[in-house]
Design a protein around this ligand. Structure first.
Ligand code: KG4
Ligand code: ZN
Length: 352
């Protein structure tokens, strides 16, 4: 059995194929990062147009990489939300057309379920089978941290998720992207902040928003704290051709910001995992690429921590195929009138 998964919720056109055992046969990703970098964030209209251009060649490449024929595909899965509506529509309609042409079932996948199940897709250097066996006996805590979401999800059994808490305002990745802009760094901000924060001088810490008594998060106050201090230090708004900011000041602010985000994510995730008597913790989403976050979570967690390879952490088609496989096995089939999940996500192009 082979499931083809299509992801177009944001700025990646990606198509992956997994076999019946969840092995990744192909995972082609066409990223639009360079296209949006000049605007400092994602421009939804530009994103949807680029998906239209990329989706067919990406699909053909995926079939070729997997060494399959069209007739070897048993179901087509696609993200139907949450995400940018115009981008979702491209992948969703393409997948419906493909499933009709191939005469196979079509399955709509929730993007966040996809992120969680992406961790169970198998590659040469990644196999969560030992975790998989535990599902059902003991839950697994999943921290999903991306540009659009920050969620603590309890995986109680296969296909059985419970959302414990999410961000009340900005997602962690969104905060990275917006703070990077304040500091005069390029988009996407996460990798840039991590890069400049390395070896940064000690700086006064920023506050932590603990949201005590809940599993929720908030990052907009932290973002405003960085903005306020950048103003006080005279590096925002930027002046001069190069922004004119002292690199040590920028590095110090970047590190203090990153420390605050990592501290809150790690402390709250490990506490929730302990409370829910979890067997382990899974970290997914684009922000899972963050070195200090990976290291701190692994060091501080009393439970085993699993973090998939980078290509399965950021938006990708294999994770949608994997979620499609789990749903397919559970008997799920969707009608072609399945629509895009309404989404409030405005993307990282929103003003600081
Ligand atoms: O999951 P993803 O690829 O797309 C969404 O669904 O949003 O996540 C993208 C986000 C961006 O906000 C980006 O800045 C962040 O992941 N990111 C990072 C790092 N690499 C990517 N954040 C912190 N540190 C990184 N190294
Ligand atoms: Zn995502």
């Amino acid at each position: 059995m082979n499931i083809l998964g299509i992801e177009t919720s944001c700025d990646e056109t990606s198509i992956g194929i997994v076999d019946g055992d969840g092995r990744v046969l192909a995972n082609v990703i066409a990223t639009q990062i360079d296209l949006h970098a000049r605007y400092g964030g994602i421009v939804p209209e530009v994103a949807s147009r680029q998906h239209v251009l990329d989706i067919r060649p990406v699909c053909e490449q995926a079939i070729e990489d997997a060494g399959l024929d069209w007739g070897d595909i048993d179901a087509v899965a696609a993200t139907h939300g949450p995400g940018l509506a115009g981008s979702l529509i491209v992948g969703l309609n393409f997948s419906k057309g493909l499933s009709a042409a191939l005469g196979v079932p079509f399955i709509g996948v929730n993007h966040m379920d996809g992120h969680v199940y992406g961790a169970w897709a198998r590659t040469e250097d990644h196999d969560l089978e030992p975790f998989q066996e535990l599902v059902g006996e003991q839950p697994i805590m999943c921290l999903v941290v991306s540009g659009g979401h920050t969620e603590l999800v309890l995986l109680e059994g296969h296909g059985k998720f419970r959302l414990l808490g999410e961000t009340r305002d900005d997602a962690a990745g969104e905060a990275f992207d917006k703070v990077a802009r304040v500091l005069g760094l390029r988009y996407p901000g996460g990798p840039e902040i991590q890069r400049v924060a390395e070896g940064a001088p000690e700086t006064d810490p920023f506050p932590r928003a603990w949201m005590r008594g809940t599993d929720e998060f908030s990052f907009s106050g932290l973002k405003t704290a960085v903005l306020t201090r950048a103003r006080e230090l005279g590096i925002y708004p930027p002046n001069g051709v190069d922004g004119g900011a002292d690199p040590d000041v920028v590095a110090g602010l970047a590190k203090a910001f990153q420390d605050s985000v990592v501290d809150v994510l790690v402390t709250k995730t490990t506490a929730a995992a302990k409370r829910e008597n979890c067997a382990g913790i899974v970290l997914v989403g684009g922000v899972a690429a963050n070195g200090p976050l990976r290291q701190t979570l692994t060091d501080k967690s009393p439970l085993p921590v699993a973090i998939p390879p980078f290509k399965l952490c950021t938006d990708n088609g294999a994770m949608i195929a994997m979620s499609g496989l789990v749903n397919f096995r559970n008997g799920r089939r969707d009608d072609w009138d399945l629509d895009v999940i309404p989404s409030l996500r405005i993307g990282t192009s929103a003003l600081v």
